[in-house]
Each structure stands twice: as structure tokens, then as C-alpha cells.
Design a binder for this molecule. Structure first.
Ligand code: GLY
Length: 353
């Protein structure tokens, strides 16, 4: 793939550089966005094994001072405990306001390292090097950073745009299949909410053949996300569309105590539950639900996960995106065409039953 550059014009303007095997010379790209002499690389043990030294070497070979913190992989690490260890690590290594954090990894790493960057010394620069499909198409772009609390996911966070997103699609070859499937949930979501063209590509491929067009697919997802973030950086309107399937999806993850079910699978089920419901109510064009189910099946995302909807509603009403006594639901009226609707809790409960 020829190198592609997408510029995000948010409160801070930055580039997303997309291509294969960029990670080996990552400093060549980083230096165009950040002038720091000292870098703190934050990553997890899985990613460190494959790419930790690659990134550190590229920085060191260019005369930079580098320190690296590795934490255990998994959502459990997206905690205030890990966050504290990151702050201590930054202090111990004398990281100052002119230095830079590199978030090297998937969504957990990007979110927690980004939040550390947003808050340490009231904010320092950071660069995202996303290594999972989910992080490449979604979480590394748009500046949402957060950690989880015992009360729920992403309950403490900040908007802080990175200085650069370096999206190396070549690293996906070392991504375990389950993680790839997880990311495909978000990819299908983009097709559903914004692009019939993307959805058509997805339904014409499957988990094997999609790799032949993956760069094009990633580029389309990132372009959609860029457009949405530029229009609504702070999540007051259009950006809520990215939440399609997520309110119910998060409540499914909670129902299963965040274990044994991936985020992608939960979001896939959330998209199905809401679309079956809106199609029954003639809000969604007939046939969309079936198309969604068939497409999800091609990417192993059509497992039957059916907690009773009545059990999911209380967690939905607790969603962090609720506004007072109201909740926004995202509805696809057709493939590639979506809107959000504000409902009172009673209306939502009635709507889902
Ligand atoms: N991942 C959803 C958003 O960035 O708004």
C-alpha cells in the first residue's frame, strides 16, 4: 500500500499516517509531528514482545532518550492502579512537559496512555501507534482517553488529541484471530452507520478474503471517523452515531461480568437487538436486519447471545452517555444511514419491549 495521510482538523490538528511496516522507522514519521528529545513508551506485555524493541530502537538510533513501561495485557489493566504506576514511572524518569508519550498497543493501551498524557503535568504530547484492528479503525483516532472504574468502563477520561497516529497495517499479521474478529465488529458498525459502499465490500468478503482489501477497509473506516470527529469532537451530536450497538453491547458485557464475551461480539449483538426492534417498528427498512446478520456471520460475529432484554435495560439506563433522565439511541434506517434519537428512560423501556 502506498502511504496514505489523513489530517484531522480538531481542536489540535494532526495526521494519521497509514501504511505497511512503518513501525520499523517510526521516528521518521514521529519527528514530523513532535520535537521532543525524550520519549516514554507505554505498552502491554503482548505487544512488547513483538514491537517494543522495534519502537525503542528507532527512537534510540535517532539519538533520543527512551524509557519503556510494560503492563499486563487485558481490560483489567485499564485501571486507576495501572494509571498510578504510569504516573510514578513518568516521574521516576523525569518526563517533563516537552517530552512525549508513545502509546504502543491496542485500545486499552491507547486509552490509558492517552489519559496519562492528558493529565500528567496538566498535559503532555502523545503519539498513538495502534496495533489492533479495533484501535486502528476506532480508539486511536479522535482523542477519547479514559480508564475504567469498578462502576463501569471509561468512567474517568478526557478528550486529548494525539500529535500523530501511526497506523501500521502490517502489524495486524501478528494479531490473534479473536482480536481481529473483535475489531471487525467496529468495522461493520461503520458500514451500518455511514457507508453502504463499505458494507457492500464487507458482505462480499469473509474473515479470510477480507485481508486482500484490508488496507482499503481501514482507510475507509478512519476517513469516516475523521469526518465525524471534525464535525463533533466533544460527542454532543454526530459522534454519538459511533455508539451504534454500544449501549446494549456494554450492558451485555456487564451481564457477563466482562469475561467470556469480546467487546466486538457484544456490540454485534447490540446492533442486532436494536435493528431487529426498529425494523419491527418500521423505522428501519425491511431486510436490513437480515443483511446485518449475514454480514456478521461472515466474520464469526453472529453467535447467539440472548440475555433477556429486560435484564439489559437497567444497565442501559446507567450508560455513561445518558443525559439526566434521557438516553440517546442510535438507529439505522437503512444500511449506511443512521440517526440518533433522545428518549426518556420510560420511552426507552417501552421502546425496547
Ligand atoms: N469510540 C467512539 C468514539 O470515539 O466516539
Amino acid at each position: 500500500m502506498v502511504l496514505k495521510k489523513i489530517t484531522v482538523k480538531a481542536s489540535d490538528e494532526y495526521d494519521i499516517i497509514i501504511g505497511k511496516d512503518l513501525i520499523h522507522d517510526c521516528y521518521e514519521y514521529i519527528k514530523t509531528a513532535v520535537k521532543s528529545d525524550c520519549f516514554a513508551v507505554i505498552t502491554d506485555d503482548n505487544v512488547d514482545e513483538f514491537y517494543g524493541n522495534t519502537v525503542v530502537s528507532s527512537l534510540k538510533n535517532n539519538g533520543k532518550t527512551v524509557c519503556k513501561l510494560v503492563f499486563p495485557h487485558g481490560e483489567a489493566s485499564k485501571s486507576t492502579l495501572t494509571l498510578n504506576s504510569i504516573y510514578e514511572f513518568l516521574c521516576e524518569n523525569n518526563i517533563t512537559r516537552t517530552d512525549c508519550i508513545i502509546a504502543l498497543g491496542g485500545g486499552v493501551t491507547g486509552d490509558i496512555a492517552g489519559f496519562a498524557a492528558a493529565t500528567y503535568l496538566r498535559g503532555i504530547d502523545y503519539v498513538q501507534i495502534p496495533t489492533s484492528l479495533l484501535a486502528q479503525v476506532d480508539s486511536s483516532v479522535g482523542g477519547k482517553t479514559a480508564v475504567d472504574l469498578p462502576g463501569g468502563k471509561n468512567l474517568v477520561g478526557a478528550f486529548k488529541q494525539p500529535k500523530l497516529v501511526l497506523c501500521d497495517t502490517g502489524v495486524l499479521k501478528t494479531l490473534p484471530r479473536d482480536y481481529f474478529v473483535d475489531g471487525m465488529g467496529e468495522v461493520i458498525k461503520y458500514g451500518m452507520i455511514k457507508s453502504a459502499e463499505l458494507f457492500e465490500i464487507l458482505e462480499n468478503h469473509d474473515i479470510e478474503s477480507i485481508h486482500s482489501v484490508l488496507d482499503e477497509v481501514i482507510l475507509k473506516c478512519i476517513s469516516i471517523k475523521r469526518d465525524i470527529v471534525e464535525e463533533d469532537e466533544f460527542d454532543k451530536g454526530e459522534r454519538m452515531l459511533l455508539n451504534f450497538g454500544h449501549t446494549i453491547g456494554h450492558s451485555i458485557e456487564k451481564y457477563y461480568n466482562f469475561s467470556g464475551i469480546s467487546h466486538g461480539m457484544a456490540v454485534a449483538s447490540g446492533m442486532k437487538i436494536i435493528t431487529r426492534n426498529t425494523e419491527d417498528k418500521n423505522i428501519t427498512k425491511k431486510g436490513v436486519y437480515n443483511k446485518l446478520v449475514l454480514c456478521l456471520a461472515k466474520y464469526y460475529l453472529n453467535e447467539i447471545i440472548n440475555p433477556p432484554v429486560s435484564e439489559l435495560i437497567p444497565a442501559c439506563l446507567n450508560d455513561k452517555k445518558r443525559e439526566g433522565g434521557f438516553i440517546n439511541i442510535i438507529i439505522c434506517e437503512d444500511i449506511g444511514k443512521s440517526f440518533y434519537k433522545k428518549l426518556s428512560f420510560d420511552e426507552f423501556t417501552g421502546f425496547m419491549n
